[in-house]
Design a protein around this ligand. Structure first.
Ligand code: ADP
Ligand code: ASP
Ligand code: MG
Length: 818
């Protein structure tokens, strides 16, 4: 079986465990709920794990809830049969659906014995045995997954975390690090993949304890710390941490990168993806290495995960909204001084205030707190409350956000507003439950315009440099660009990519100093995992090879602004494939500057089509170079002399035959005809090459030496025109009459008063006929080349793209929804 091979190929030689970094993969209950879920988990392990990694599991699906409800029923003396039957049915169904007969029989037997123990504990003292009861969920889950891995992939064993993980105190769950570490070393077995129970541990007396609801996240990072693991992945049913619970707030957006401190605050305030202590072991408090934490979806492995770590300014701008119901506001005179300090250390309340003697705790902590305060003989009053909070790096210092938060809550009763100590949250305490409506309202107010857009600029020539010079001003001036971050500069050989954003004012200098060689594969790989809501690539290269990457950009959902003509004028099949790919992934593809530099001809066509118009004709002078040549040519001096003057002034390409061949004009006409909704290819456009065949094959030098060979033709054309009171111009013409399409680019004789005959040298002119503009056509005229106008045209596309992207709705990938 290929799966077996995959993991074993990654196998390490005996005794090599220590040398290789360990990765921790934690699968939450939602990822282990059904046989299908477990199959997915097996394939994730197969693809992403090595033998000395650690798999941490929660109880399957809602097993902990069921065990808890059994304990509650037992405490209140109610019948247990129905819940016991359900538990039994769920577990045996998983076992028999997944394992072979022999293993299924063995596990079912072990489960039967556990069930008997459970029934005994429930009968004897459900309160005393609470942790033993709850621990069963994780035991069953670990045993099953390990057996499944043994059957399918590689040798595996399961470990009951109570065999090694020791905590000092069940209330604050502080780990006895040295003891647990030594125990774990003893428990690990070489050459086998360990599946360890999350959530459970023991105290120094050997009693079972739990780490609190959702505690497997914390288990995962504890193990990471004990083993100095490199990475921790929390595989869950959502592909990251969102700006609010995506099940409740459909417009929530994924937070691609979250600073540690912010993730810690989210956990503390009740975000279920992260148990409140999850971050603690990773940030040194128990001597942990600086592991990376990822939150990924076991249902959609390809989706980019949320990364939690230390990041720069852009990740620090991320905002989210979280809420917590089932809280209690406790008021007690005794909550002062050392008493308060001890209680805070033990219960980590969300809020505490010495002056008023108040605490906010989870409802589930009520009994323990009452017990703790009872020894002091203190009276306490308890009121149900909830909280809603805006969370972000130093958010409490951002007055605009504070203002928006308060505004969103202005019609709701708020007991008080307060900030977390580190200023990473603004919290409102409410005397009523936080409803989905309220959460949506606050989220909308806080997160509405925070979609981060990454920008990569490829091509750092004349136009690219001007584009970058204009960028800082645009970013600070245009609201739609507020969240645009320049993250990459790419030339034909070198690239400088900075996920935290480049300094826009010094980007070019930084590129010169720091850019390194890259391959297209590396560029694509980075783009595959970029941490932005959207990514725009501005292609200012003249490179056909670079344009061949567009398909892959579109597959990745990347938006392209191209000044590069190659893709837009590619063969019909390629062009359609690109359009389809872009359409499928919602990528924008703008190319205003492929024709006429900054002149808004593409926009005009788009606008006419959008208004229900139909284009019947497009014509004009599309080449600044040819425009200059024919506006100046008056037969006073030979055409070849004029041509060399133009070359010397940089008006022509280094080899002027590229202009004279008409191919550039032909491509531009194709691009416009396509933009006008017609399907045609380059071959459908007749192209008159102004270079005679005898001069076509020469090298550039030789051509320039023999350029006088051009003169007779132009002189003759000029004289012929002159006789008819006409002039010569190189014209592009496309028309569609009754379904018949005609297209060509050639030298034409035009009446001297013709609109195309009176241009400022270098200008382009575009004449559009349509149903709306029939007898009196629409004309767009102006410079069709140049540094400023082209860079300006690219900025115009950038603003257009960003305005569209700011309003784009994101698809949230949630189990069972998509
Ligand atoms: P697991 O079973 O993997 O431990 P949990 O159910 O504990 O997963 O946590 C995942 C759930 O957390 C998601 O299904 C989602 O509904 C909820 N959730 C709440 N807030 C957020 C948020 N801000 N981002 C992502 N998920 C959230
Ligand atoms: N099974 C436990 C719970 O449901 C722990 C966890 O899932 O992380 O809370
Ligand atoms: Mg969880």
């Amino acid at each position: 079986m290929t799966q077996t091979n995959t993991l074993e190929q990654l196998d390490f030689a005996q005794n090599n465990l220590e040398k290789h970094s360990v990765n921790i993969h934690k699968f939450g209950g939602s990822s282990l709920a059904t046989p299908e879920c477990l199959e997915r988990v097996v394939s994730i392990i197969c693809r992403h794990c090595q033998l000395n990694d650690i798999i941490v599991v929660s109880a399957n699906g809602k097993t902990t809830d069921l065990l808890l409800s059994l304990q509650q029923l037992a405490l209140s003396g109610e019948p247990l049969d129905t819940s016991l039957a359900l538990l039994s049915e769920q577990q045996t169904a998983l076992i028999y659906a997944l394992l072979n007969a022999e293993n299924a029989g063995r596990l079912a037997g072990e489960f039967e014995q556990d069930l008997n123990r459970l029934v005994a504990w429930l009968a004897e003292d459900p309160a005393v045995f609470e942790s033993d009861i709850l621990a069963l969920g994780e035991i069953w889950s670990a045993r099953l997954l390990s057996a499944l891995l043994n059957e399918r992939i590689c040798a595996s064993y399961y470990l009951d975390a109570r065999d090694f993980l020791v905590i000092d105190n069940p209330r604050d769950c502080r780990v006895d690090n040295p003891v647990s570490k030594a125990n774990l070393q003893n428990c690990r077995r070489g050459q086998k993949l360990a599946v360890i129970t999350g959530f459970i541990c023991k105290d120094h007396a050997g009693n079972s304890c739990t780490l609190g609801r959702n505690g497997s996240d914390y288990s995962a990072t504890i193990f990471a710390s004990l083993l100095s693991a490199k990475n921790v992945t929390l595989w869950t049913d959502v592909d990251g941490i969102y700006s609010a619970d995506p099940r409740v707030v459909p417009s929530a957006r994924k937070l691609h990168r979250l600073p540690n401190a912010v993730a810690r605050e989210l956990g503390r305030l009740g975000n279920p993806v992260l148990h409140k202590k999850t971050l603690q072991p990773l940030t040194g408090s128990i001597g942990g290495a600086a592991s990376h934490l990822h939150v990924a979806s076991s249902f959609d492995v390809q989706a980019a995960a949320t990364e939690i770590g230390e990041f720069g300014q852009i990740a620090r701008q991320e905002l989210s909204v979280t809420h917590l119901n089932d809280l209690l506001l406790v008021t007690c005179e005794a909550l002062q001084g050392d008493v308060l300090a001890d209680i805070v250390a033990e219960f980590s309340p969300v809020y505490s205030d010495q002056k008023s003697g108040q605490l906010v705790i989870l409802a589930s902590q009520q009994k323990a707190l009452t017990d703790a305060l009872a020894v002091l003989g203190a009276q306490l009053t308890v009121t149900p409350v909830s909280l809603i909070a805006a969370v972000g790096y130093q958010v409490a210092l951002r007055l605009d956000i504070y203002g928006r938060f308060k505004r969103a809550l202005k019609n709701d009763r708020v007991l008080r507003f307060f900030n977390s100590e580190e200023q990473h949250s603004i919290i409102a305490l409410l005397p009523q439950e936080t409803t989905p409506e309220l959460l949506n309202k606050v989220h909308h107010e806080i997160v509405k315009d925070a979609r981060h857009i990454g920008l990569v600029v490829a091509g750092l020539g004349n136009i690219g440099q001007r584009f970058l010079e204009l960028l800082p001003g645009q970013l600070s001036r245009i609201p739609a660009l507020e969240n645009v971050h320049l993250v990459g500069l790419v030339s034909s050989k070198k690239a400088l990519i900075q996920p935290d954003g480049l300094e826009v004012n010094s980007a070019l200098a930084d590129f010169s100093a720091q850019a390194t060689d890259y391959t297209n594969g590396e560029l694509l790989d980075w783009l595959k995992h970029h941490p932005y809501d959207e990514m725009i690539l501005v292609d200012i290269t003249p490179s056909e090879a670079f344009s061949r990457l567009y398909g892959e950009f579109f597959d990745l959902g990347i938006h392209v602004i191209g000044a590069n003509k190659w893709a837009a004028s590619a063969g019909t099949d390629i062009y359609h494939e690109l359009k389809n790919k872009a359409g499928k992934s919602g990528s924008l593809w703008l190319g205003n500057t492929t024709v006429g530099a900054g002149l808004p001809v593409n926009y005009a066509l788009d606008d006419l089509l959008g208004s229900g118009d139909q284009i019947t004709e497009i014509s004009g002078v599309f080449s600044g170079t040819l425009s200059w040549l024919f506006e100046h040519y008056d037969a006073q001096k030979p055409f070849s002399v004029l041509l060399k003057e133009a070359l010397a002034q940089g008006i022509t390409e280094p080899d002027p035959r590229e202009d004279l061949s008409g191919r550039d004009v032909q491509r531009k006409l194709l691009i416009l005809a396509r933009a006008a909704g017609f399907e045609l290819s380059l071959e459908d456009i007749n192209c008159q090459n102004l270079v005679p065949e005898s001069l076509q094959e020469l090298g550039t030098e030789a051509f320039l030496q023999q350029a006088a060979g051009l003169d007779a033709y132009f002189l003759q054309q000029y004289q012929q025109a002159n006789e008819k009171n006409a002039c010569i111009r190189y014209i592009a013409r496309f028309s569609s009459q009754q379904g018949k399409v005609k297209a060509g680019v050639s030298l034409e004789l035009l009446a001297v008063e013709h609109a195309f005959a009176n241009l400022t040298p270098c200008d382009n002119i575009f004449q559009i006929k349509s149903h709306w503009y029939q007898d009196n056509p629409l004309i767009i005229r102006g410079p069709g080349a140049g540094r400023d106008v082209t860079a300006g045209g690219l900025h115009s596309d950038l603003v257009t793209a960003c305005r569209q992207l700011v309003n784009k709705q994101h698809q949230v990938t949630l189990k069972g929804i998509n």
